[in-house]
Write a new protein. Structure first.
Length: 170
């Protein structure tokens, strides 16, 4: 984004109780998981973003985001982005009936990553009830969560995929 261009609008998926809000942070979208408390929204977890200089940012660097509603009322955000020589893609689906967010992420890597995954701060592990990263790591420390993508020694280039579910409290 160059100077003078408008900042992309926030993108919201959710209902009257729970939501994920994507907002522009410098050169990419970050997101917050929020719960309604009375008249206000409280942030439960916030993605940790990187900078334009980082080749392996803390979370996927999504620079474009598109939203749609699928049959059955499932809200979906689709994102793509790039850092270094690697390309990221994301699908985030909000299921009203289950009060869940399903994150499905992938990165096309051309060199061995120093870090590949998703990081959050201000999060309690109760939000991340199901981590489906097939061999990836899930680490909860104090007020932070790291969901690492599976690592392997497969030939480069390759696509690495990880997925996880955020289940809001009942």
């Amino acid at each position: 984004m160059s100077r003078g261009e408008p900042i992309p609008e926030a993108v919201v998926l959710g209902d009257e109780r729970w939501r994920v809000v994507f907002t522009w942070h410098g050169d990419r979208y970050g997101h917050e998981l929020q719960a309604r408390q009375g008249d206000h929204w409280r942030t439960l977890a916030c993605s940790v973003e990187g900078t334009a200089e980082e080749v392996w940012p803390a979370s996927p660097p999504l620079q474009q985001l598109h939203c749609e509603t699928r049959p059955g009322g499932v809200e979906l955000a689709l994102g793509v982005g790039m850092a270094g020589r690697s390309h990221w893609s994301a699908s985030v689906a909000f299921d009203r009936a289950q009060a869940t967010l399903d994150f499905d992420l992938a990165c096309r890597v051309f060199e061995a990553p120093a870090w590949l995954g998703s990081r959050y701060r201000g999060a309690g592990t109760e939000l991340f009830r199901s981590v489906e990263s097939a061999g990836g790591a899930f680490v909860a420390r104090d007020e932070s969560i790291a969901i690492g993508a599976p690592s392997d020694a497969a030939e480069l280039p390759r696509t690495v995929r990880w997925a996880y579910r955020v289940a809001f409290p009942a």
